[in-house]
Each structure stands twice: as C-alpha cells, then as structure tokens.
Ligand binder design. Sequence first.
Ligand SMILES: *Cc1c(COP(=O)(O)O)cnc(C)c1O
Length: 413
Amino acid sequence: MNEIKALYDQYVVPTYGRFNLGFESGSGSRLRGFDGRDYLDMGTGIAVCSLGHGHPEIADTLAEQARRLVHVSNLYYTEPQALLAKKLVELTGSGKAFFCNSGAEANEGLYKLARRFGHDEGRFEIITTNASFHGRTLGGIAATGQEKVKIGFGPLMPGFTQVPYNSLEAIESAITPATVAVLIEGVQGEGGITPATPEYLTGLRKLCDRHKLLLMMDAIQCGFFRTGAFMSYQTILAGNPGLETFQPDAVSMAKSLGGGLPIGAFWVRAPYADLLGPGSHGTTFGGTPLVCSVALKILEIIERDGLASNARTLGSMLKTRLEALMARHPKIITQIRGLGFMLGIEVAEDIPDFVGQTSSASIQMCNRLHEAGLITIPAGTRVVRFLPALNLTKEDAMEALRIFGDTVATLDN
Ligand SMILES: *Cc1c(COP(=O)(O)O)cnc(C)c1O
C-alpha cells in the first residue's frame, strides 16, 4: 500500500482526496483490500458496479465480445449499439439514444441539444438547481449548483443559472426570454440524496410546456433501476396520477449503465430526437460494441433476476431499519433520505468524537466504517450514502446494517 501511495504521490495528478484504502480484487458485494481484508461494498464505485464485482456473466460477455469486436468508428454500424439504443428507448419512452463515455459527457450532449433547440430564437439559458452535480467539464461545473467545483476555473461558461431545488416558484421566477431548458436530478446525489417531490416533477412538466422549455433530467446517479424503477421519476410518481403522462424531454445516463465499464448515454424524446443531425455531435469511443454488449447483458440480468424489485424491497428494509437506528441514536443520526438503493444518512454536526478534527463529519464517518469493514460514500459534509449493487443479498444488507449500527452505537457514548 505504501509503495503504491508513493507512486501516486509522484506520478498521479493529485485531484482527488483519497481514503487511505486500496483494493486488489472484488467479488459480489465484497472488495479485497491491499491489507488482505474483505470489505462489504455499499458504494459500488459511486453507484457504478450495478452487479457488484467480478460478475461471471459480465466477464464472459466481455471476453466473448473482445474476441469478436472491441471497436469500430461511429462511421459504421454495429449490432450491440443498435440493440442497446432500442432497449433504452423501450425502458424510457419513444425517442432515440446517443452514446458517449461518461456522465459529464452525456450532460454536455444535453446542453448542446438545448442550445440547438433554442438557437434560432436566440435562447440558450439552462436553469439548474442548488446542490446539484452535473460533472467536471467546463459545461458541467457551470451547470453544477455547488461553489466548490467552480473555484479557480473562471470565467465560467455562460448560460447557466441555479435556483433552489424542489421549488417551482424559484424556477418560474428565473425564466427569462433567453431560457431554453431546465435540468434537474430526479434524486440529487452528490448534494446529499434529496428526492424531487411528485408536485415538483409534474409542475415542472407543465411549466416547461407553457414556456416552451426542454425538461431535461440527469439520471446518471439516480437512474438505471437504483430507486426500484428504471428512472427515479417513475419511482417518485408511482401511485400518482402524473405517472401516466409525465415524460421528460431528455435524460442523461452513465454510472450503473456499464456496471464499471465507461459508458454514458442520453435519451431524447421523439419530437426532438433528430435535432442533433449528422455532423452536429460525436465521439470516438461512444457506443463501442464492447461496452454496449456489456450494458445489454446487465439489463438482461436485471430483468431475469428481478433486481428492480430487489432494490425496492431490500432498499425499503434498509431504510426502515436505518430509521429505527436513528430513533435510538438521535444525537448521531439526524435524517434518513432516499429511495430504494439510493439512501443518504445525515449525521449530526456535533458528534463529540468528530469535533475539532479537520475533515468533515461525513469523511470521518466513512473512515470509522472502513475500520469496521464497510464501504460507504460521503456526500457533502454530513451525509454518507448507501449505493449498493442491485444484486445485493439480504445477508449482505443485514451485515451492512449490523456494522453501521455498531459504529453508530460506539459514537453515541
Ligand atoms: C457522477 C455524476 C455526474 C458525472 O459523471 P462522470 O461520469 O463522473 O462525468 C453527473 N451527474 C450526476 C448526477 C452524477 O452523479
């Protein structure tokens, strides 16, 4: 570990605040550390390894496709890209898909789509929300509603404005003659796991229709069955009359889509699906047969094994038990938020063992959990996230709760 750390110190640009932890292999929801210990992984990258680690069917698909065909240019046709696009459209709604390599890049596609849409009328402004996260490109940091990603990178790309989340009035009063689109996460991830309300979603749809704006959703973290339905808005609107009619105009995806392989995509609703025509957008690596065949296999396994329902049932079990833990330790846990396998645990500001330390409560909590053998992901200064694999087992869920509960009890002394 120390040798590898020294190589990083010498040779890797130090953009990340890394934990003092490294891994050499993984299987299912377990990761084997350099220290020889097994860790229970409730982070899966950051909601990336949708089927956990070392999945044999994914390994077989990768090897078979690698022997057949890894890459050809997007100047040509391949079957896996066509089939994956068809599948994403079936799952999302009538429209088309574009493939790229990451979340930030998927969102860049949305910004370009919006600018094309409003170009002839001189409209280009996109409204996003406070505490959002949309990626680290120049467009992404201009769209993101968090100061910390912007510091030192000005002048920012023009055409973005941020307003409070879950407030229709805030969106409405930010609309100008130059506004062309609204971009929100269905559940804010990096911002600390905050779901949109049903009224916000249905109200936004009406507002966007009234002002001829594109309603764009960043589903990079909250999409791909994590909340128990393919898209978080389907989970949020379940049982609500708005569910039947609600449809965003465009959706960005990445993270879980490739189960660990880099793939991003955006879906665009039918009326706008041909706005970006030949020559208007592209990428060398987007939608290669290798990543598309893996994404297709993941979708097949999710359907075959009922993993959306696993995320719903185990997710609500986790949430209920975390709420019970909060009731026992109100001085340590202050809120539980989220849906399915996207859960945020907010810890108190003034945990005695944490005060006076330089790192945030969320980082210190993650460190404690690491010591106890559990991987979680911090969000902001006070939230730790559970973003487990969609095929998490009941036994692993119970073990995560046990480790988490013990750690919380130790802090509550
Ligand atoms: C991770 C994330 C992104 C950025 O994705 P990258 O693949 O890191 O570029 C954008 N939006 C949301 C909501 C994310 O969680």
